[in-house]
Design a binder for this molecule. Structure first.
Ligand SMILES: Cc1ncc(COP(=O)(O)O)c(C=O)c1O
Length: 477
């Protein structure tokens, strides 16, 4: 029987804070700043060294949009390129349908056949398939049919994908677990919480996507007070977090980018507030990873989870990625450990010893092998253009879309520049969502309605033509 962890630490206001997360959290090390265990040289080296990166002016808006990324850009891009494990296999020619390289990011749409027939603004729901992805799937399924499924190859692909997503997060791959969904990652964290003691609470957003909401609401069953922060500007503002946290707060959970409004959270400010009271910081990165630079904010985060089906561009789903700070890894117990959680998974099928991995992979779940093949291929597109160039292009297009919508009187939700993302949402007003979406679809425009907004998501495969198409369609409606 473990004893409850109870730590006193100074809070934001100088008082002593008792931190008592769970009976199972036996390592009370404060997580803040613990990424220092990752040598910078392992993450990345210099900026702008991607051969295909385009030189592009960054305007005032861009600099805020990219604020995290400009510091992180070198990390993100260079670490993909310099990562030693495993070697990249993306570029190998796998079939006659394998696409050739696309040199200019402005032509990136040529890799995505759906862009021929639609103006696609729905990446916040599901990303488009690149030809690279579909070619990899075709080849793998064909080989499966002829010679049986090559799961060893798929496991290797998952490791490549882990490396790629870690680089997009600015994390070391050894700090990233393969956990299929955001909700499963939140469930892992929630499972660490023992029965609540008096005054213990968790702080979450009132209108968060349910995968980052229900797992915390369920903590009420263990006695935690669940404090729901009302949204402002379509998201969570640090001032409101400050009003809700106190010495009993065990966790603050929020989305990096809100799904319905596109509101980008101030991760550093919220993370600081949470850390000051000793709370864990959980960030849902589903609408952020692959769309925006994140690396500079990672030090404020304990757990960062994403699925693969949006800006990581494998709508087939099946693998998710969960960054766990080294401190969180020390303190958490795996809840779904199996062979995949072993130091050498293929040597871990049978006991009698339990040799769990010393890295975040001890939190891995068994993966979809098909998804692994798909994710490796889908993520290779970040290599093709450079994550840095993709983030810049996203910023440029999102800015153009915002301006174009305002010019036709369809003002997007008014967000401060620092809170903008690749999702541009326009309040629906009296418009009936299904009818509007149907009419836009007839014009070849694909988007969604979420929580009272027409939600338009940009990814680098969009084009100025798409923006022209939607603005003229909306003008005529
Ligand atoms: C903000 C956000 N979080 C999470 C998810 C997905 O959650 P899960 O991976 O649990 O299906 C979505 C959409 O699918 C989302 O928009």
């Amino acid at each position: 029987m473990c004893s409850r962890l109870s730590i006193h630490r100074p809070c934001l206001f100088g008082c002593s804070v008792e931190w008592a997360l769970s009976d199972r959290l036996t390592q009370p090390t404060h997580i803040h700043g613990s990424r220092s265990s990752t040598p910078p040289s392992e993450i990345g080296t210099s900026a702008g060294d991607h051969p295909l990166e385009i030189a592009q002016p960054v305007g005032a808006d861009d600099s805020a949009f990219l604020s995290a990324g400009t510091r992180a850009a070198s990390t993100t891009c260079a670490s993909i390129l310099s990562s030693p494990i495993p070697s990249k296999v993306y570029g190998s020619k796998v079939s006659t349908t394998e696409p050739g390289p696309v040199v200019n990011i402005r032509d990136a749409r040529t890799l995505f056949p759906a862009t021929d027939t639609s103006a696609y603004f729905n990446t916040a729901a599901v990303g488009l398939a690149s030809q690279t992805l579909t070619a990899a799937y075709h080849r793998y399924v064909d080989e499966w049919s002829v010679s049986g499924l090559d799961y060893v190859r798929a496991e290797a692909a998952a490791e490549t994908a882990r490396t790629s997503v870690a680089a997009l997060m600015g994390a070391h791959r050894s700090d990233v677990a393969l956990i299929a969904s955001v909700s499963a990652a939140a469930g892992l964290v929630a499972a660490q919480f023992g029965p609540a003691r008096s005054g213990q609470n968790v702080v979450i957003g009132e209108r968060e996507y349910s995968s980052n909401h229900f797992p915390w609401r369920l903590l009420a069953d263990k006695g935690y007070e669940v404090r729901q922060v009302p949204f402002r500007n379509g998201g969570i503002e640090p001032e409101d977090i400050a009003r809700h946290v106190d010495r009993g707060t065990q966790l603050v959970a929020f989305s990096g980018v809100q799904t319905a409004s596109g509101h980008r959270s101030d991760i550093a400010a919220i993370g600081d507030l949470a850390r000051a009271v000793g709370a864990l910081v959980f960030v849902d990165g589903a609408q952020m990873i692959g769309a925006l630079p994140v690396a500079a904010d990672l030090e404020y985060i304990d757990v960062l989870a994403t699925s693969d089906h949006k800006f990581l561009m494998n709508a087939g789903r099946g693998i998710g990625y969960c960054y766990l700070s080294p401190g969180a890894q020390d303190r958490f117990s795996p809840v779904n450990a199996g062979w995949k959680a072993g130091t050498v998974p293929f040597d871990s099928f049978f006991g009698p010893t339990m040799d769990l991995s010393s890295t975040a992979s001890r939190f891995d779940n068994s993966i979809s092998w098909l998804a692994a093949i798909g994710n490796e291929a889908a993520l290779s597109v970040f290599d093709e253009f450079g994550a840095d160039a993709i983030f810049r292009r996203n910023s440029e297009l999102a800015g153009l879309l915002r301006t174009a919508l305002a010019e036709i009187g369809r003002e997007p939700i008014d967000l401060p520049v620092a809170n903008r993302s690749t999702i541009v949402s326009v309040p629906l007003g009296d418009a009936e969502p299904a009818e509007l979406l149907g009419k836009l679809k007839q014009e070849g425009i694909i988007c969604s309605a979420r929580d009272g907004n027409l939600r338009l998501a940009i990814h680098f495969y969009n084009h100025e033509d798409d923006i022209e198409q939607i603005t003229s369609a909306l003008t005529e409606l």
